[in-house]
Write a protein that binds this ligand. Structure first.
Ligand code: B16
Ligand code: MG
Length: 217
């Protein structure tokens, strides 16, 4: 049976979480409150709109629709300024090795991200050519843990959902992969990502033999 591989973006391919954090913190500070790194954990894998809702809850701020929309744009403008400076040195360790390994085997590869900025980021770090399909925040209506993003990716790759493998760093993302009946691989803290089928701290720990076992499962 033909297999497909789906990669989350933020926290799996690149560490853009730090840029999201800086942009959200700037907005929080402007609105008169602190936003900590720990609180930023809640934002991983979560849509921009939902992030702003959580941020305003933290700051106890009630926004009009106009203010809400303005702050969404403001955060993204600041975030885009960080992305603008990215290059391939920001690809997380051994991501390129794994992508190249799969590419050499002719395995279809998709991106499954909540971010509306996924494509420019892949362009910046020069990884666009590896991806046969990009499913991002512009193409989904239901956020992770809903499996929609990964099911669209499987469909685009013409691979059965239960023959797909997903790499994810967010709890909601692992839950989405499990709900899609896919093999879920947690990248990061195994205690936090304890619902994953397999866990790795990062791709340097993932052997070619392990990848091969996924391909031939
Ligand atoms: P944007 P992923 C997610 O990316 C991030 O983890 C999350 O923190 C962010 O809010 C979301 O993308 C939306 O990003 O504002 O660029 O549309 O992990 O699903 O690749
Ligand atoms: Mg992520």
């Amino acid at each position: 049976e033909k297999v497909g591989f789906i990669f989350d973006l933020d926290g799996v391919i690149v560490d853009t979480a730090k840029y999201h954090y800086l942009a959200w913190r700037k907005l929080a500070n402007e609105l008169g409150f602190e936003f900590t790194k720990e609180q930023n954990e809640l934002f991983k894998g979560v849509s921009r709109k939902r992030c702003l809702e959580i941020l305003l809850d933290i700051g106890n701020i009630k926004a009009t629709q106009d203010q809400f929309d303005t702050w969404m744009v403001e955060k993204n403008v600041d975030y885009l300024a960080y992305i603008e400076k990215m290059d391939s040195s920001e690809i997380l360790p051994d991501v390129t090795r794994v992508l190249q390994y799969l590419k050499n085997k002719g395995i279809p590869i998709a991106l499954g991200s909540a971010s509306k900025n996924a494509r420019p980021i892949l362009e910046k770090v020069d990884l666009l050519p590896y991806f046969d399909s990009i499913v991002d925040g512009n193409s989904v209506t239901k956020a992770k843990p809903d499996p929609e993003v990964f099911l669209i990716a499987a469909n685009n790759l013409a691979v059965a959902a239960n023959s797909c493998v997903v790499f994810e760093d967010a709890v909601a993302g692992i839950q989405a992969a499990n709900a899609a009946n896919m093999v879920s691989i947690g990248i990061g803290d195994a205690e936090i990502l304890n619902e994953a089928n397999y866990n790795f701290n990062d791709f340097t720990e993932m052997s070619d033999d392990f990848l091969e076992s996924l391909i031939n499962k």
